[in-house]
Write a protein that binds this ligand. Structure first.
Ligand SMILES: N[C@@H](CCC(=O)N[C@@H](CS)C(=O)NCC(=O)O)C(=O)O
Length: 306
């Protein structure tokens, strides 16, 4: 059985990023389906409260956020690199564009155009979750959201206009994955996407190439089996606390870690790693045992609890 366990649901755009990374690297992985809305007790037993989708589990290590999930998979499985042209920093910086400027208008359109058909539970959950959307005025914002989505998709069209196969050359990588998932989400959830993207021939051909990347080799796992796997293993040793870190924290301090944008549920634990790229806390859960929960530094805050 694969050591890579992805906690996700099939409709999740951010999870599609990770599924495509599995495809690019031709990896085998196990899928644990999580609920679309809170509560998500099986997931939060592992994360300590982080509820966003997806989460990657490897043994008793739990990785939150696709930015960190991507670099962790690259570290453990360097073959078929996510950075084939070598532009790692620039490619990772691109997520600041793809994950908000490009993704958010599509998410707004998906909510605004489907509002009446969405189950009440999903609507109420996402109203509380997506703090960057004003649900009451979404319908009036549709022209502006459509303009933004189309203008960002046009950036991809421009990048591909010289006939290259992928964004940075002949080989697909994380830059493609990042730029692709908002398009994937829009095609699936935004009824006017076909019209908005109608003139983008290069984009459409690249989408077909991205679909062909696939998702690697998927198997199914129950959340109870995933917990048993976490309980049976020790987490990877922590890497210690960087004494030059501006927070001035020390190893073993009790801290909370939380996203600084939306879905800010704090996770409480004991600090085992703090460096420029990653913060890791140790926590114990009755179902999952002792786990190390990993977050990227970019986009997350760490707070002392005492
Ligand atoms: N920065 C996060 C964003 C993840 C995110 O916003 N995921 C969406 C779904 S694709 C989500 O969590 N929605 C609410 C939920 O699934 O409960 C990441 O890169 O993983």
């Amino acid at each position: 059985m694969s050591s890579l366990i992805l906690h996700h649901f099939d409709l999740s755009p951010f999870a599609e990023k990770v599924r495509l990374i599995f495809g690019l690297k031709q990896l085998a992985w196990a899928s644990v389906e999580i609920p679309l809305v809170m509560p998500k007790p099986g997931l939060t037993a592992l994360t300590g409260g982080y509820r966003k989708t997806p989460v990657l589990q490897i043994g008793a290590d739990v990785y939150c956020d696709t930015r960190l999930i991507a670099t962790e998979i690259e570290r453990r499985f360097p073959q078929r690199t996510l950075f084939p042209d070598g532009n790692q920093g620039l490619t990772l910086a691109l997520t600041a564009w793809s994950d908000s400027a490009f993704f958010n208008p599509g998410a707004g359109l998906s909510m605004g155009l489907n509002k009446r058909g969405l189950p009440e539970a999903i609507l109420n959950d996402r109203k509380a979750f997506f703090n960057f959307m004003d649900f009451d005025t979404l319908e009036a914002q549709i022209p502006q959201l459509a303009t933004q989505l189309r203008a960002h998709a046009d950036l991809v069209e421009q990048q591909l206009a010289d006939g290259r196969r992928f964004l940075l050359g002949d080989t697909p990588g994380f830059a493609d994955v990042s730029a692709y998932f908002p398009v994937w989400m829009a095609r699936g959830n935004v009824p006017i996407a076909g019209t908005l993207f109608a003139g983008f021939k290069h984009l459409a051909a690249w989408e077909s190439r991205m679909q062909a990347v696939g998702h690697g080799t998927r198997s199914e796992l129950s959340v109870e089996e995933a917990h048993a796997i976490a309980r049976a293993q020790a987490p990877e040793p922590g890497l210690g606390v960087d004494s030059s870190d501006p927070y001035g924290l020390v190893l073993g301090e009790k801290v909370t870690v939380a996203a600084d944008d939306y879905g800010k549920d704090p996770v409480l634990g004991t600090l085992v790693t703090l460096n420029i790229r990653e913060v890791v806390i140790r926590r114990e859960d009755p179902a999952a045992g002792i786990v190390h929960v990993h977050f990227p530094r970019i986009g997350y805050r760490v707070d002392r609890t005492s």
